[in-house]
Design a protein around this ligand. Structure first.
Ligand code: C5P
Length: 223
């Protein structure tokens, strides 16, 4: 009884975190589990979409019917997205992409020394920003903004700066929202305004996002 309202649509979803290596045995990462991105992939496939899931390391199994591309670093995630973006109708950036990577990736395990260790970091590419710059008019681009303050203002700023069509704003300081939880409290931010949603499961949030993506596609197509 699931409506097949995404039939024929191609969606690319990024999910999870990145591991940015320091040496062969150490890396820098963050708390993203991939739950939101995987929930989106599952919801989209159930509604008939063709889904490519570009995922960083996650404990979760890719949902059945999804084409999963597994990556580790932000650069690998960038390259996988760029290789597939042209074929997509919808691109959703749910990954907590590493903003920085250690400048040096040591070939051998670093040895302990007296005194502090300084690790220099350099910026990773902003995947969503790059996709936004080259986006076609028929493509819908969705980003996530995990914030702890000025949530809506920050999300709207990112919507404009990254040329996205929709941002999902997420106050990660609230209980029941953000990293690792099965629920989320989000506000949909697009050019028509803000739509606050109640506390929902990530799967329910996923369906709300996909509903809005469909509306945006209809709006773009015009009367
Ligand atoms: O600027 P900020 O990192 O808060 O933006 C979050 C959004 O941008 C998310 O959709 C995230 O997936 C995406 N992003 C990205 N590449 C980065 C950083 C963030 O695609 N390097």
């Amino acid at each position: 009884e699931q409506p097949q309202d995404l039939t024929g649509l191609r969606l690319l979803i990024t999910a999870g975190r990145n591991n940015e290596p320091i040496d062969p045995v150490r890396f820098v990462t963050n708390r993203s589990t991939g739950k939101m991105g995987y929930a989106l992939a599952e919801a989209a496939v159930k509604r008939g979409a063709q889904v490519t899931l570009v995922t960083g390391p996650s404990e979760l199994a890719p949902p059945a019917g999804v084409t999963a591309i597994k990556v580790q670093t932000g650069l690998e995630m960038h390259d996988a997205v760029m290789a597939h973006v042209a074929a997509q109708d919808v691109i959703i950036g749910a990954a907590a992409v590493a903003d920085y990577r250690p400048k040096l990736r040591h070939e051998q395990k670093l040895k302990k020394k007296d005194g502090p260790l300084v690790i220099e970091f350099e910026r990773n590419p902003d995947i969503l920003l790059e996709v936004g710059k080259q986006k076609r008019a028929d493509q819908v681009l969705v980003g996530f903004a995990a914030e702890t303050e000025q949530v809506l203002e920050n999300a709207r700023g990112k919507l404009e700066r990254k040329h996205a069509d929709l941002f999902v704003a997420n106050d990660v300081s609230q209980t029941g929202a953000g990293f690792g939880t099965d629920t989320n409290i989000v506000t949909l931010v697009d050019r028509a305004g803000d739509t606050p949603l109640p506390l929902l499961s990530k799967r329910e949030v996923a369906d709300k996002i996909l509903d809005r993506v469909l509306e945006l596609r209809t709006r773009e197509a015009g009367p």
